[in-house]
Design a protein around this ligand. Structure first.
Ligand SMILES: NC(=O)c1ccc[n+]([C@@H]2O[C@H](COP(=O)([O-])OP(=O)(O)OC[C@H]3O[C@@H](n4cnc5c(N)ncnc54)[C@H](OP(=O)(O)O)[C@@H]3O)[C@@H](O)[C@H]2O)c1
Length: 350
């Protein structure tokens, strides 16, 4: 029986992967961290294993003696079935940071269909849906709760990779239930008195957010610290649906230098608001998290919390193999304690 725990970070050289490695080194100093991706030369000084997502032949060797795999190699536009299956059949816990509903449902399906799984899969382990699901547990005593509304405001000075840029743009202009993604903007006044603009965005929840034993619908809005970027996405909502995924990927590569230049005009300030609304759409409770700096540690943290909980023998034995919700591993109180301890401000309705 191995004493040392091995964590494989797929995409460790990426923007999110690097943050995850840094947080893991702080939170789990005794674990062995191993980087995986296509190119060894990007891995820095941690041990490297080659894993190419499009080549399942590379999976078994990369997963040898691994306890937890964190898949941070976005964009999440590939089929994860074989990777999830390889993990669960080898007894490796699988975690990803996906925000794409198709990807999330494929991971869930693969974990459900795995014959005799020896481990579990936690998908969407990032801000949305992961952190939102955990924070929504605050609303468990609201008898008139009818839905959950989420606003995410991104600081445009934060680092942006081609993958992150493409993942953000891909849904723009697509039809959501009754609206088109980013076509009509809405405004929200925040606790600092400032009005911020948002565009509707797909909410990556399979059946809504689970609070106790009930599921509640979620609506999601995204905006930026600079209004011109939010307005730019509204304009882009006319063009992007006309592009194939590969054309959009190419466009992102061309436009990225401009996005990087605009970063100089932006801030690192980020806001996440999770609101409880009743059947009249009146806000009955809310919680807001404000990041003045290092906002990108927030989406990276959930994968680290999940890893920590899975390596904790007591919690691990309580989770059955197959799909696992982040809620089963992390409480709202523990999440808020981590968030405030790391310098983020938390505002709640009194
Ligand atoms: N749900 C949320 O709230 C949320 C929030 C933030 C980010 N995200 C997600 O996080 C994702 C990661 O973004 P990022 O900015 O970190 O991306 P990035 O900087 O482009 O990094 C991508 C990483 O994946 C590796 N990679 C790419 N293609 C691969 C392949 N075919 N096989 C194996 N490894 C591969 C790359 O290394 P090599 O080139 O060496 O292979 C690199 O290490 C985004 O796409 C986004 O979807 C989600």
């Amino acid at each position: 029986m191995r004493e040392e725990k091995n964590i494989l970070v797929l995409g460790a050289s990426g923007t999110m992967g690097q943050r995850i490695v840094k947080l893991l080194a702080n939170e789990l100093p005794h674990a062995r961290l191993i980087a995986a991706s296509r190119n060894k030369n990007k891995a820095g000084d941690i041990e490297f294993r080659r894993l190419e997502l499009s080549d399942p032949g590379t999976f078994t060797a990369a997963l040898r003696n691994i306890d937890v795999l964190i898949h941070a190699a976005g964009p999440y536009d590939h089929d994860p079935t074989e990777l999830v299956s390889a993990c669960l059949s080898h007894g490796v816990y699988y975690i990803d940071l996906a925000e794409d509903l198709t990807f999330i449902s494929r991971v869930t399906e693969a974990a459900n269909n795995q014959v005799e799984p020896r481990a579990g899969a936690i998908t969407g382990c990032s801000t949305v849906p992961g952190l939102v699901s955990v924070l929504s547990q605050r609303f468990d005593k609201l008898e008139t709760l009818s839905a959950v509304r989420v606003y995410l405001n991104l600081g445009s000075r934060n680092a942006v990779s081609p993958g992150l840029f493409y993942s953000l743009l891909r849904p723009i202009g697509r039809r959501l239930n009754h609206v088109i993604c980013f076509r009509h903007l809405v405004q929200r006044i925040h606790q600092d008195g400032k009005r911020r603009r948002y565009g509707p965005y797909p909410a990556p929840f399979l059946d809504g957010v689970q609070i106790k034993n009930k599921y509640f619908p979620v609506t999601f809005h995204v905006g930026f610290d600079r209004h011109y970027l939010t307005l730019g996405l509204k304009l882009a909502s006319f063009l992007i649906p006309k592009l194939s995924n590969s054309a959009l990927k190419r466009l992102c590569r061309y436009v990225l230098p401009l996005a990087n230049a605009l970063r100089l005009l932006g801030t690192r300030e980020g806001h996440l608001v999770v609101e409880a609304i009743d059947s009249d759409a009146t806000v009955i409770d809310y919680l807001e998290i404000v990041a003045k700096d290092e906002g990108l540690d927030i989406p990276a943290a959930q994968a680290v919390w999940a890893t920590k909980a899975l390596l904790d023998q007591e919690k691990k034995t309580k989770t059955a193999p197959g799909p696992i919700n982040l809620n089963e591993l992390v409480t709202m109180e523990d999440a808020l304690e981590w968030i405030t301890r790391h310098g983020y401000a938390v505002y709640k309705r009194l």
